[in-house]
Design a binder for this molecule. Structure first.
Ligand code: RP5
Length: 162
């Protein structure tokens, strides 16, 4: 299955260092992704085109990262039937609180699942879990990942106890 399953978009290439964590998670779980710079205000027509066609290309979940007046995730969510996960990107002046509020405060009817400021890793994991709902082998891999997380905590405890 080489067709991209998860679309990872961001408002600017300056968001890429943050969004790399989502890309890395998808790579770890061997899920093909498509990555694109799509700006709601600089390339509005491209955003509409992207959002309206993603599901036709086989994309199942969209992760959208943006900073400042971060309307990209909400606008994309309004244009696609796919689940959208928003990543508030940290900003220089307001440290991403502006991005968080812009993304998380969606009025009822058009949901955006919002992760913590800068936490693209959790966006990637949530997207994998959404795919896992209909792919048992992926669900098993998520469970193994959680077991590894637990093991790493116990290992650290072991070192503390030494
Ligand atoms: C938003 O404006 C982007 O998502 C980015 O976080 C922010 C700043 O963009 P640049 O000025 O760095 O291109 O659209």
């Amino acid at each position: 299955m080489n067709e991209p399953q998860i679309g990872i978009i961001m408002g600017s290439d300056s968001d890429l260092p943050t969004m790399q964590a989502a890309i890395a998670v998808c790579e770890d779980f061997e899920i093909p992704v498509e990555v694109a710079i799509v700006s709601a205000h600089r390339t509005p027509n491209r955003m509409v085109e992207y959002a309206q066609t993603a599901h036709h290309r086989g994309i199942k979940v969209i992760i959208a990262g943006a900073g400042g007046a971060a309307h990209l995730p909400g606008m994309v969510a309004s244009l696609t039937p796919l689940p959208v996960i928003g990543v508030p990107v940290a900003t220089r002046h307001l440290q991403g609180v502006d991005s968080l509020y812009s993304i998380v405060q969606m009025p009822g009817g058009i949901p955006v699942a919002t992760v913590a400021i800068g936490n693209a890793k959790n966006a990637g994991l949530l997207a994998v879990q959404i795919l896992g709902a209909t792919r048992p082998e992926l669900r098993d891999r998520v469970e193994r990942y959680r077991e590894q997380l637990a093991a790493s905590v116990l290992e650290k405890q072991g070192r503390l106890d030494e």
